[in-house]
Design a protein around this ligand. Structure first.
Ligand code: S3P
Length: 167
């Protein structure tokens, strides 16, 4: 088994599942948002407000392009919008097995309600925003992934075992 890449909507559990999956497999764990924050010495939220979303998307693409050089035995969790940029699906697939962590609107709303850290969910009508983004993104996630794993009504261990069984 080699690298495992987790994609999916904000709140789908990529980072929490990814950390535990890496621990179980004795793999390294990386998160694209964390890599970007470390490299730029500021938060994703600040990058969005200072330079805008388009700039952040360029940083995401640069980050996964760089990883190709020497990433092995790693679980990589990705920002929810990363697979949406054209060409990033191909870059992800060449890094390893791409798993789409799927969650229903209802589950996502429970997890995202009151969240203030995610710039795309700032302001009013979070439910409507989640609905619209989910409509746009779901087909892209499905196309980008080798496998999809539903996370609704499952605990971390069940999700992790399912991913291991697929890879
Ligand atoms: C984003 C998701 C975030 C982060 C940024 C944009 C998105 O990551 O990359 O706020 O476009 O869905 P998480 O999916 O880890 O929340």
């Amino acid at each position: 088994m080699n690298n495992i890449i987790l994609i999916g909507f904000m709140g789908s559990g990529k980072t929490s599942v990814g950390r535990q999956l890496a621990k179980k497999l004795q793999y390294s764990f990386c998160d694209t948002d964390e890599l970007i924050e470390k490299e730029n010495k500021t938060s994703v939220r600040n990058i969005f407000s200072a330079y805008g979303e388009e700039y952040f998307r360029k940083l995401e693409t640069a980050t996964i392009s760089d990883l190709y050089k020497n990433m092995t035995r790693t679980v990589l969790s990705t920002g929810g919008g990363l697979p949406i940029t054209e060409g990033n699906d191909r870059l992800l697939r060449r890094l390893g097995h791409v798993i789409y962590l799927k969650a229903s609107q209802e589950t996502l709303m429970k997890r995202l309600q009151g969240d203030t850290s995610r710039p795309l969910l700032a302001g009013e009508n979070v439910e409507e925003k989640v609905y619209d983004l989910l409509q746009q993104r779901t087909p892209i996630y499905e196309k980008a992934a080798h496998f999809s794993v539903s996370t609704d009504h499952k605990n971390f261990n069940e999700i992790i075992d399912e991913i291991i069984g697929l890879c």
